[in-house]
Design a protein around this ligand. Structure first.
Ligand code: CP
Ligand code: NVA
Length: 310
């Protein structure tokens, strides 16, 4: 049996594979818009989804994706499973591989996804960890492609990130390394992204740069994006972060310094009035609703690609 392909980080797939998934997602989106929802790729098969953190978009979009591919989603609150009671992941992986066709996981510790993948005969898909959120950035890149010059145009873009150096920025850094687009990011002191991810991305792509000022980072950007100041699991730091992130809001003045026609993205959920103003979310520049929808299309394409046809 061939080794399964996983999607835990952008580096698990080649640039060609990622572009093919984005291209396929666009086709699936177009067909669905014309009423062709149903595909048979997962017919008769199941996908298990584990969550140890809250979710709205990821859970619903994956469930829809799996059912529209003809399969069945089994959704498990991780705390209800034997995973959190200490069953070895190598055992869990081998058992699940005998039931289902893929595992989708939202969890704090990415090392546990890697361990599961190591012992698994089926694809493991990262649905957000403390370190990364690759399905989200894949959906974001489809949105960029739709608005700004197609999949081949992604590498021509200048993406500006404002805010916390957490899972979303880590993933944008890897995406910039793989796709070759410019990434200008500005994080408050003490909130830089993962050092290893950042230095590798900067070594591979000299257009990945940190700026001390958000306005400078946004200058000339074709895409401006941000995320909440306190990610899931960091809510107890909220008051301190509200102080530390003063000046790191995406607002109309910041957008005015970006390139004409720049697109605003946010993975959502947002805290309007904190990391971004309502005015920007509701502005013509904002693509946040398409971005959320695109999670569905990229995840269908990803499942088709990772789960071998019968
Ligand atoms: N963007 C995203 O992953 O949303 P959820 O937390 O609602 O799944
Ligand atoms: N950075 C956010 C993303 C939510 C989709 C979090 O981890 O809470």
């Amino acid at each position: 049996m061939p080794e399964p392909k996983h999607f835990i980080t952008f580096r698990d797939l080649s640039l060609g594979e990622l572009k093919a998934v984005l291209g396929r997602a666009a086709v699936l989106k177009d067909e669905r818009a014309r009423g062709a929802y149903r595909r048979d790729h997962l017919a008769g098969r199941s996908v298990v989804m584990f969550f140890s953190k809250n979710s709205t978009r990821t859970r619903v979009s994956f469930e829809c994706a799996i059912s529209e591919l003809g399969g069945r989603a089994i959704v498990i609150n991780m705390g209800d499973s034997q995973w959190t009671r200490g069953e070895p992941l190598s055992h869990t992986a081998r058992v699940l591989s005998r039931y289902v066709s893929a595992v989708v996981i939202r969890h704090t510790k990415e090392a546990e996804l890697a361990e599961l993948a190591r012992c698994s005969r089926i694809p493991v898909i990262n649905a957000l960890t403390d370190e990364r959120h690759p399905c989200q950035v894949l959906g974001d890149l489809l949105t960029v492609a739709e608005r700004l010059g197609g999949v081949e145009g992604i590498r021509e873009q200048t993406v500006c990130w404002i805010g916390d150096g957490a899972n979303m920025l880590n993933t944008w850094l890897e995406a910039a390394a793989v796709f070759g687009f410019a990434l200008r990011f500005s994080c408050p002191p003490g909130y830089l992204p993962d050092g290893g991810i950042m230095s590798r991305a900067q070594a591979e792509n000299p257009a990945v740069r940190h700026f001390g000022s958000p306005a400078e980072a946004a200058r000339g950007a074709t895409v401006v994006t941000t995320d909440v100041f306190a990610s899931m699991g960091f809510e107890n730091e909220r008051e301190r972060r509200l102080r530390d992130f003063r000046g790191y809001q995406v607002n109309a003045a910041l957008m005015a310094g970006a390139a004409p026609g720049a697109v605003f993205l946010h993975c959502l959920p947002a805290h309007p009035g904190e990391e971004v103003t309502d005015e920007v979310i509701e502005s013509p520049a904002s693509a946040v609703w398409d971005e959320a929808e695109n999670r569905l299309h990229v995840q269908k394409a990803l499942l088709e690609y990772l789960v071998p046809a019968l």
